[in-house]
Design a protein around this ligand. Structure first.
Ligand code: ZN
Length: 473
C-alpha cells in the first residue's frame, strides 16, 4: 500500500513534473515568440530612412534645373530616390532612380560600410510641360531596404517650395568704352534684374565676379576683369548673369584688347643654387616627395609646387571683401626692377634647357632686408611660408583685388589684421625660389596674376576705376 502510494506519488510527481516542464517551455517559447514579434513589429512600423543631402540646393526652377541628390545610409542599402513636382496641389511630374545591389548585408554586422547613391535629377521645362511661372513644390524622397513602414523600406523626405522662372535675367551695360592690355584689367559697370544671384565677366576659361557698386544698390554691379597673360587676345569677353532658377543671360559690351609682348629671360641653374633653395622649400612642403636628384626636386618645386600655389591663390580670392577697401593708387616699392610681369623664363642646366615657366609678378630689389610696405589699404588674408614664394603675405583690397609679397625674411603682420597703405608688413629676403634678396610683388584679380603697372598708375586708377564709380558715391 505504501509502496503503491509511493509509486502513485512518484508517478504523480513525475506526471506533475513533466506537466510543469511542458508548461514552462511553452511559456518561454511564447515569451521568445512575443519578443521576436515585438522586435519584428517594431522593425516593421518604424521609419528610419537614409539621410538626404542636396548639393547646391536649388533656389528656383528654371529652363533647366538640375537637382544633385545624395542619399546615405549606414544600416541599410539605399534603394530608391524619387522626385515629385507639384504646383497648386496638382502633381505634375514624377521621376526616380533605382539602385539594385548594395554594400550592406544585414548578417555582416562586423563590416562598416555605407550605402551611398548619388543622382542628378533633371527638372527641365521640356520634361514638365505643365509647369508655369510662379511657385512649385518639389518633394524628394529616399527609401532604403529595411523592413520599416510594413516592409516598404525606411523613407526620408525633403520638401522644397521654389519660385519658377523661365525668363533669363536682364543685363544693362552702363560703362561705354573698355580698353584692356593683354595681361591687364579694366572695369565694367552694369545692371541686372532682381533675382540674379551671380554675375560677372567671362573671358575664356576665366570668370571675374561682380560686386554691388554700393550696398544700397545690389543690382548695379561693377566687375573688374582681366585678359590674363595666357589668353589669346581675340578670346571674347561677355557679361554673364544667372538667376535663382539657374537661367543664364549673356550680354556683349564694347571693348578693345591690346596685345602685349612680354619679356623673355634665361635662368642658368647651378648645383650651388639648387642646393641652397630647394631643401628649405621641400622641408616646408611635406606633400612633395623626394624625386631622387636635386635637379628633379628643383623641377618639381618649379613646376608642380608653382601650380599648387597658384590654385591656393584662387581659393584665397574667395575671401575677398565685396567693397573697395582702398582709395589711392597702389604703392610701388622704390627699388630696381629685376624681373617683369609675364616674363617667359627658360631654365638651363649644364647648357641644356630643362624647364619653362612664366614669372607672374615684379621682382624689386633694393637694400638687403629692406622694409616691405603694404601697397594699399586692406586686410591680411595670408602671412606664412608659401611654397615657391617663401615667407609671403597676401593682402585683400576688396572686389577681387589682392596683392602678394614673396621671398621675405621677416613677416610683421598676421592673417585678419587690417593694414594701411605704406605700412611696413615685413622685410625683404631670399626665402623660397629666390636667387638673392628681393621682393616678389604680384597683383591678383580673383586669384589670377595681372600686370601690377596699371595698379601703380594714378591715371589708370582714375580713368578705369574711380571715374566710373563717381556717380555712385
Ligand atoms: Zn619673382
Amino acid at each position: 500500500m505504501r509502496k503503491r502510494f509511493d509509486l502513485y506519488l512518484r508517478e504523480r510527481s513525475r506526471g506533475y513534473h513533466s506537466d510543469a516542464g511542458i508548461g514552462r517551455g511553452r511559456v518561454l517559447a511564447g515569451v521568445v515568440l512575443l519578443l521576436v514579434l515585438i522586435l519584428i513589429g517594431w522593425k516593421v512600423v518604424q521609419n528610419q530612412g537614409p539621410s538626404l543631402v542636396l548639393d547646391n540646393e536649388p533656389r528656383g526652377l528654371g529652363q533647366s534645373t538640375q537637382l544633385a541628390i545624395e542619399a546615405r545610409d549606414r544600416k541599410h542599402n539605399v534603394r530608391r530616390i524619387t522626385v515629385d513636382v507639384s504646383q497648386n496641389g496638382h502633381s505634375l511630374y514624377h521621376t526616380e532612380t533605382v539602385s539594385k545591389s548594395g554594400p550592406i548585408h544585414w548578417w555582416k554586422f562586423w563590416t562598416k560600410s555605407e550605402s551611398v547613391v548619388n543622382w542628378t535629377a533633371p527638372l527641365n521645362r521640356r520634361l514638365i510641360p505643365g509647369l508655369a511661372e510662379g511657385s512649385a513644390t518639389v518633394q524628394i524622397a529616399a527609401i532604403n531596404d529595411s523592413w520599416g513602414r510594413f516592409f516598404r523600406g525606411g523613407e526620408s523626405r525633403v520638401s522644397l517650395t521654389l519660385p519658377v522662372r523661365f525668363t533669363a535675367p536682364q543685363i544693362g551695360v552702363i560703362t561705354t568704352q573698355h580698353y584692356i592690355n593683354q595681361g591687364g584689367c579694366d572695369m565694367v559697370v552694369f545692371t541686372v534684374s532682381p533675382g540674379t544671384v551671380e554675375s560677372g565677366v567671362q573671358v575664356g576659361k576665366y570668370f571675374f565676379t561682380s560686386f554691388p557698386v554700393k550696398p544700397s544698390m545690389p543690382n548695379t554691379r561693377l566687375a573688374i576683369f582681366a585678359y590674363p597673360w595666357d589668353l589669346d587676345p581675340t578670346t571674347p569677353a561677355e557679361i554673364i548673369a544667372r538667376d535663382d532658377a539657374g537661367n543664364q543671360a549673356v550680354a556683349n559690351f564694347s571693348y578693345r584688347v591690346f596685345p602685349k609682348k612680354f619679356h623673355t629671360d634665361t635662368i642658368p641653374l647651378d648645383d650651388a643654387y639648387i642646393a641652397r633653395v630647394v631643401p628649405p622649400i621641400m622641408s616646408q612642403t611635406p606633400d612633395l616627395d623626394d624625386q631622387g636628384s636635386p635637379l628633379k626636386n628643383f623641377l618639381a618645386v618649379n613646376g608642380r609646387l608653382r601650380q599648387i600655389d597658384s590654385e591656393k591663390l584662387v581659393e584665397l580670392a574667395k575671401q575677398t571683401s565685396p567693397a573697395f577697401l582702398w582709395h589711392e593708387p597702389f604703392i610701388r616699392l622704390a627699388s630696381k626692377t629685376e624681373a617683369y610681369f609675364a616674363d617667359a623664363r627658360t631654365y638651363t642646366y649644364n647648357g641644356q634647357v630643362v624647364d619653362h615657366q612664366t614669372h607672374l609678378g615684379f621682382d624689386l630689389a633694393g637694400l638687403e632686408h629692406m622694409p616691405v610696405l603694404a601697397a594699399n589699404d586692406g586686410v591680411v588674408v595670408m602671412a606664412q611660408f608659401f611654397g615657391i614664394f617663401g615667407n609671403a603675405v597676401v593682402i585683400d583690397h576688396g572686389t577681387g583685388v589682392q596683392t602678394l609679397y614673396g621671398h621675405m625674411s621677416q613677416l610683421e603682420v598676421k592673417p585678419g589684421e587690417t593694414v594701411k597703405r605704406g605700412q611696413e608688413i615685413g622685410r625683404s629676403g631670399a626665402t623660397g625660389l629666390a636667387g638673392g634678396d628681393h621682393l616678389h610683388f604680384t597683383v591678383l584679380l580673383d586669384g589670377v596674376p595681372v600686370n601690377p603697372t596699371e595698379w601703380w598708375d594714378p591715371h589708370w586708377i582714375h580713368d578705369r576705376i574711380q571715374a566710373k564709380l563717381e556717380a555712385y558715391r
